[in-house]
Design a protein around this ligand. Structure first.
Ligand code: F6R
Length: 593
């Protein structure tokens, strides 16, 4: 995941950029670079590999102090990791220099046009096309603002840009479409960043730059423009995170820290919407009348958030008897979906910026279907463009592999299910009270699962060399398996698949051989025996079995080689507990590797 930082002000830009980029290192990168304005032009310094290499290179160069610059950490998408492909990219005479996050979809077409106009290209990146396109219009118009806006009109895709011009040494320009970027104002200057942690040391006062908008920053002033270059007013927003949220706080990794923050995150999210034993959605804008009118719900999301949607489907259909369709956003947006009357689209997104989810939201709005978003980042694009927003209270999630945001999204699904069921007359008040009371015990129960982490760490260390890991389950347990499997493959790089337990025998079981680890998730009483019989099937092929169930289901030990138990809870809420050992498994296998 690439990172952007830019600064113009009284401090050393080099220092501010390197410190900011360091704060974004957790997102992963393969090369880094900065561009700094100097008395005689712009100096671009890049390196492959760690930021410390770039830092040493800059120390050796000992450039005169600069008050303006842009920096970038790159995760290769177009072209291999190399110094040439690293950002910033610039024109041959370094008169225009640019950093970019996102993907320019029509870069081949733009490159062909620029080649015809005499431009030469050195890298394999789409970003080099962007900077040369800005230069092309700069040469035509002579003003940075017009050059950037005209380039934006030509570009298809997503981008957050930071741009500096040799002719404007005290100015920094930024523009965005569908890629995150914030603009900050500190005591000593102005900043841009792709993510909050990069500038939190400098300031908490930020502006959200909207889609197809441009910002012009100087030491003391920030101006915003729309694509027609008309000035627009924006309000400053105070970032509420405390600085500790962006630090590891004694944990070895952000992921482990955030796994441990789940009891609080879940508690805070319940606390925001459950008031005196009742669900209060007034903060979201969603009314009981709206929920009562719903005949169908479409849940759209990506990755882990999509897995939350799968749980949402089971819970909402079971409690409220409202049919729910769940789709991955990148499929939904391209498949001309049928959206019926009296329906609602629910978009789930931690960041609130995921491009496919945002596109799905816009598609729903174009079809006049109201959109509820379940979002963690306040003021993000998805939150801003939705009709109703149910914020989760996970706090900043720094780890790229989501854990605590996932857990708070589950709470959002339970609340939506309970309230819809209640206002649609499918759940009586006494049952609502009992469900909410049980939900409030979840933070303590998650803490109890975390107390057992050493056993999982021990077991995980034995599987660091595994080639394949299967997760199986039925119903809600299948949704949990999907998320457990994603966590495993995402961070440990071990091939892993989640299967609906009853489906495994229809072909895929041939991949299970002597010693293959199969993790059976069995939290649902009515499906326990069924999944257990699938475990027996894979055992006969030599699989090593880990069973995950609730305390009390000790018969699992007759079949499983290793068993993990989580506290008992209401059948709808089991995901909140069963996912925790699987997050820990993924984490500890990766650490052991
Ligand atoms: C996996 C993970 C991703 C995200 C997905 C959606 O650990 O974090 O699968 O869940 O990229 O991101 P958001 O929720 O920000 O839309």
């Amino acid at each position: 995941m690439c990172g952007i930082v830019g600064y113009v002000g009284m401090r050393s830009a080099q220092q501010v950029l390197l410190d900011g980029l360091e704060k974004l290192e957790y997102r992963g990168y393969d090369s880094a670079g900065v561009a700094l304005t100097q008395r005689d032009g712009i100096r671009v310094v890049k390196s492959k590999g760690r930021l410390s290499t770039l830092r040493s290179k800059l120390e050796e160069l000992a450039l005169p102090q600069s008050g303006c610059g842009i920096g970038h950490t790159r995760w290769a998408t177009h072209g291999e990791p190399s110094e040439t492909n690293a950002h910033p990219h610039c024109t041959d005479d370094k008169s225009v220099v640019l950093v970019h996050n996102g993907i320019i979809e029509n870069y081949q077409e733009l490159k062909a046009k620029l080649l015809r106009s005499g431009y030469t290209f050195y890298s394999q990146t789409d970003t080099e096309v962007a900077v040369k396109l800005v230069d092309y219009y700069y040469k035509k118009t002579g003003t940075p603002l017009e050059a950037i806006s005209r380039a934006m009109l030509r570009i298809r895709g997503s981008y957050a840009f930071g741009v500096i011009f040799k002719d404007y040494p005290g100015k920094l320009f930024a523009a965005r479409k569908d890629s995150p970027l914030i603009i900050g104002k500190s005591e000593n200057g102005s900043l841009i960043a792709s993510d909050v942690p990069a500038i939190l040391d400098q300031t908490r006062r930020v502006y959200y730059i909207g889609n197809l908008e441009i910002a012009e920053l100087s030491r003391d002033e920030i101006h915003f423009y729309n694509i027609d270059r008309e000035e627009i007013e924006k309000d400053v927003v105070e970032i509420q995170w405390d600085a500790a949220a962006a630090e590891k706080g004694g944990y070895e990794h952000f992921m482990l820290k955030e796994i441990h923050e789940q009891p609080k995150a879940v508690q805070d999210t319940i606390g925001a919407y459950v008031k005196e034993g009742h669900i209060d959605f007034s903060e979201t804008g969603l009314t009981d009348e709206k929920l009562a009118s719903l005949k169908r719900i479409y849940i759209i999301a990506c990755g882990s958030a999509y897995h939350v949607g799968m749980v949402g489907k089971y819970v909402i259909e079971s409690m409220a008897k409202i049919p729910v369709e769940v789709d991955v956003a990148s499929e939904f947006r391209y498949r001309d979906p049928i959206l019926v009357a009296d329906s609602m689209v629910v978009i789930i997104s931690q960041s609130g910026e995921t491009a496919d989810s945002l596109a799905a939201l816009r598609l729903a709005k174009d079809r006049n279907v109201p959109v509820l978003s379940v979002v963690n980042v306040v003021g993000s694009s998805i939150a801003r463009e939705s009709d109703y927003t149910l914020y989760t209270y996970a706090g900043p999630e720094i780890s790229v592999a989501t854990t605590k945001a996932y857990s708070t999204q589950l709470i959002a699904m339970y609340l939506l299910a309970i309230q819809s069921a209640f206002v649609q007359g499918k759940l009586e008040e006494g049952k609502v009270t009992r469900l909410l009371a049980e939900m409030e015990t979840l933070p303590d129960k998650i803490s109890r699962v975390l107390d057992d982490k050493e056993r999982i760490q021990w077991f995980a260390s034995k599987y660091a060399n595994a080639h394949d890991i299967f997760f199986i389950g039925r119903g809600i347990d299948y949704a949990i398996s999907m998320e457990g499997s994603l966590k495993m493959k995402e961070i440990s790089y071990i091939h892993s698949e989640a299967y609906a337990a009853g489906e495994l025998k229809h072909g895929t079981i041939s991949l299970v051989e002597d010693g293959t680890l199969v993790i059976g998730v069995m939290t649902q009483k009515d499906l326990f025996e069924k999944t257990l019989s699938n475990m027996v099937e894979v055992k006969s092929r030599g699989a090593y079995l880990m069973g995950l169930t609730s305390y009390g289901n000790y018969s699992i030990e007759d079949t499983a080689d290793f068993s993990v138990y989580v506290p008992k809870t209401e059948k709808y809420f089991t995901t909140s507990l069963a996912i925790v050992p699987l997050q820990l498994m993924g984490y500890y296998v990766s650490v052991a590797k």
